[in-house]
Design a protein around this ligand. Structure first.
Ligand SMILES: NC(=O)c1ccc[n+]([C@@H]2O[C@H](COP(=O)([O-])OP(=O)(O)OC[C@H]3O[C@@H](n4cnc5c(N)ncnc54)[C@H](O)[C@@H]3O)[C@@H](O)[C@H]2O)c1
Length: 349
């Protein structure tokens, strides 16, 4: 089959018509009991999207989970399941996808993260605020369930540093944080008017299979790749900068369990979730069990360091644990072990 045929709009629209046909045989409701829910993931080519698609496709069926982004996918991603170009700044196109593909749930991952957001605040506002306006409007109009993650970056220097709770002072200093507080509040506002909006404040996400997208906690991924290749890493944060973190499997499982939880049993719409907190030097100590000769220099990047210092060091996620049963599987030692197994299988594990 020629490439132009593979990527032609016709092949997408034919697939779309076929899916709509199937969707129309089902009730139009977003019933919790319906295991064949159809999900749209926006910003799916980032750190979290492909892993989320894999988990959801296993649970809900391959064709029921549509990955989308503005980036051209690899052949590998195309071969794994439905993929669409979807710019969250184009509400007409978003609405057409929701209608043509019978979407029930949206997982909204499109965003510019903390460090890249500071390099281009105008663009960050466009994607994170205007993009969310389109998503929330479309989700509300079509009565979808919407999951849109927030972040520790929604907190600021006036928030508690240790055991920072769900409800507290939030005066973020980055455009990313401002856009995420806006997202949380607007989602909660729409939820008073019928939208099933849900958000989790993720800490730094650590995973081996995908590149992090320009956040302040990215060092905790880069260090594994760099040490496996060269035995050395130059860290952009000071060695004692402690931040909350989560291993990607826990992060994605939290999102799926939270999305599946009955709406009426949730006492709030936005929850903290966390799994561990550590500083670069504590991570290095743990990694030295596998790489005793590894070397790390600390060359703090002023911009990233000041972002990190404005965030809480430890999140309190007691409400997520008590309301819908959140519990992480990975602490720092288990996370380090699995990261090294994946990135450097030839190491002396
Ligand atoms: N990764 C983390 O450590 C972390 C921590 C806390 C919260 N989060 C949140 O989780 C979500 C996903 O994070 P991620 O790490 O996968 O982000 P990422 O930066 O890796 O990916 C974001 C994706 O959004 C896409 N995008 C940008 N502009 C777009 C547009 N106009 N339309 C559609 N897509 C567009 C990009 O192409 C990219 O693939 C984000 O909302 C982020 O704020 C992530």
């Amino acid at each position: 089959m020629s490439l132009s045929r593979l990527f032609s709009p016709l092949s997408f629209s034919r697939r779309g018509l076929c899916l709509v046909g199937k969707a129309s045989q089902r009730s139009a409701s977003t019933n919790d009991a319906d295991n064949n829910r159809r999900v749209l993931i926006t910003g799916g080519m980032g750190q979290l999207g492909t892993g989320m698609a894999k988990i959801m496709r296993n649970k809900y069926g391959n064709d029921n989970v549509i990955l989308s982004d503005i980036k051209k996918p690899t052949q590998e991603i195309l071969s794994q399941g439905p993929y669409l170009y979807a710019d969250v700044l184009d509400i007409k196109h978003l609405n057409s996808i929701v209608v043509n593909y019978g979407i029930d749930w949206v997982v909204h991952f499109s965003a510019l993260l903390s460090a890249v957001g500071e390099l281009n605040p105008r663009k960050a506002l466009e994607v994170n605020v205007d993009g969310f306006h389109n998503i929330v409007e479309s989700s509300s109009f079509h009565k979808l369930r919407l999951f849109s993650p927030s972040t520790i970056g929604a907190f600021g220097p006036d928030s508690p540093k240790v055991l920072c709770p769900d409800l507290t002072i939030m005066r973020p200093r980055t455009v990313y944080g401002v856009s995420k507080v806006h997202m949380e509040l607007l989602g909660e506002y729409y939820s008073q008017h019928g939208l099933d909006f849900r958000s989790l404040r993720f800490p730094g996400v650590i995973g081996a299979d995908t590149e992090p997208g320009g956040g302040t906690t990215d060092y905790a991924v880069h260090i594994f790749h760099s040490v496996a290749k060269t035995g050395h890493y130059s860290c952009f944060l000071k060695k004692d900068t402690r931040l909350p973190m989560i291993y990607i499997d826990d992060c994605l499982r939290a999102a799926v369990e939270f999305m599946e939880f009955p709406s009426e049993a949730l006492t709030q719409r936005t929850y903290n979730v966390t799994a561990m907190s550590f500083s670069p030097e504590e991570l290095v100590e743990e990694m030295k069990r596998y790489y005793p000769k590894m070397r790390v220099d600390y060359e703090p990047d002023e911009r990233k360091q000041s972002i990190a210092e404005s965030w809480p060091q430890v999140l309190d996620d007691i409400r997520a644990r008590s309301d819908w049963g959140w519990k992480p599987d990975y602490d720092i030692s288990r996370m380090v072990k699995v990261m090294i197994e994946k990135i450097d299988p030839n190491s002396t594990l």
